[in-house]
Design a protein around this ligand. Sequence first.
Ligand code: ZN
Length: 283
Amino acid sequence: MADTMIRGMAANKQVRFFACNSTDTVEKARITHHTSPVVTNALGRLLTGGVLMGAMCKNDTDKLTLRIQCQGPISGMLVTADANGHVKGYVSEPEVMLPANDVAKAVDLGVLSVIKDIGLKEPYVGDTHLVSGEIAEDLTYYFATSEQIPSAVGLGVLVDKDQSVKQAGGFIIQLMPFTPDEVVDRLEKKITEIDSVTQMLDRGLTPEQILEEILGDFGLEITDTTETRFHCDCSKERVSRALSTLSKKDLDSIIADGESIEVKCQFCNKAYEFTVDELKEMR
Ligand code: ZN
């Protein structure tokens, strides 16, 4: 079954929500990058957050990037998503050895950058410091401080005994402006009572059922369902752009070696070969 993302409104359109399962998406990332369990968990949470926030993009061509630069052994992660359910990502150190649930320790202190490319000359960048390294709390903090949108974010990845991804998914619930205090209070109370996403995924709940547990009493209306997947749109041309940022000196030294080189896409590890003649054209 393919991963899906659902979105909709609740409480007379005073609350909006996004929820997804991302099991196949995170498993594809794990296989692509050979991640250890704790890295599968960390990158999986960021990928899931990317899927959900990508869905907030207004136009098909918009891109949403989540970048974490941190002091923990993972060192850094980057995820890019769009409104069509496509997401891709990579991590600086894929083989960190810590217990699978020790995401906060693997990430530690750092900065979360939310980069929105909506086709303008410069993308919009919002930086916030990480509050816990658990990813969901860090995104909640980003929404509160950078966008002034009160949000509840839940992200979860369950790694199986054989290190494959057993379940992954998450939700983002946001209050629209002018939500009455009564609704806010009821929702806040509800959020403190529910199981974690990981627990709900472990119980086998679908995104619909997870939302039903949280927002069932608020009149839940699903408006949209999208298929989501790990998808890389790289091409030789795109990878060559990265090569052309090399200094002339570096490029000359590669050319002097007289052999074609292989350059891998960071997101999907696909290898592209560049001949000496092609490299010469880039100078
Ligand atoms: Zn690629």
